[in-house]
Design a protein. Structure first.
Length: 238
């Protein structure tokens, strides 16, 4: 099977070691797939990514090098905007660069691709699995997801996992929206905007694994920004 109609957007920040492993697996499993990496890394990391471009020069790999760290939400939108130029791509996968999301499970989304406009890979469904994630991070994640469900009113269990599939129609709509949030909370804003615009949303169970290399960008500051961002989303304030 050739996956010419699927594009993958990967926001990245100092993830060259993880990206090498991830890209090798993606291209092994999904021939013909397009991958767009949006990178906000340091100059040293960018040199490593240039080596990856050479390694995958025969594949459909595209890397956008941005000059500063501008947030996950804006990175995903930049990647979507670029992939949208390819008229063959009908389905857009979003996933993390840090190996938290298993490339083998992209196929789970592809199997369900025509069942909703936004399909979210959830860590909190009955069949989901979380591997080697510290308990404090699980508790932190569950607290913010309970808050978001109560605050934004969408019946989903995982607002904050960035493993998703969007239909082309949903991506075109998202890029017309003026989204306020640039960081991780942008995941919730995208779901909220699509739901209000009457797009369909569903969840599927996925496996989430803590990173092997590098450090997470999630911290107390990011959590506070997320709570403030959630309030802005609901009230539509800047």
């Amino acid at each position: 099977m050739i996956f010419n109609d699927v594009g993958v957007v990967i926001p990245a920040y100092n993830e060259s070691k993880n990206l090498r492993i991830l890209l090798l697996k993606i291209y092994e499993l999904y021939p013909g797939i397009s991958v767009f990496v949006v990178d906000d890394s340091s100059q040293k990391e960018k040199k490593e990514l240039k080596l990856l471009e050479r390694l995958f020069k025969k594949k459909k790999l595209y890397i956008l090098y941005r000059n500063k760290k501008s947030g996950r939400g804006s990175a995903v939108r930049d990647g979507m905007r670029a992939l949208l130029l390819n008229k063959k791509i009908k389905y857009f996968i979003e996933m993390d660069a840090d190996l938290a999301h298993r490339p083998e499970e992209i196929n789970l989304f592809i199997k369900e691709k025509n069942t909703a406009d936004l399909i979210i890979g959830s860590r909190y469904l009955k069949e989901s699995r979380i591997i080697k994630w510290p308990m404090r991070r699980i508790i932190q994640s569950k607290i913010i997801n309970i808050f978001l469900k109560l605050w934004l009113g969408i019946n989903i269990s995982d607002y904050t996992n960035g493993f998703r599939l969007y239909s082309r129609r949903a991506v075109e709509k998202l890029l017309r929206f003026s989204l306020r949030e640039k960081g991780f909370i942008a995941l919730s804003e995208m779901a909220y905007k699509l739901k209000r615009a009457k797009f369909t949303i569903k969840e599927i169970p996925t496996t989430f694994t803590d990173r092997k290399y590098g450090q997470s960008n999630a911290n107390t500051k990011e959590l506070l920004i997320s709570f403030i961002g959630a309030i802005r989303i609901r009230f539509g304030t800047n």
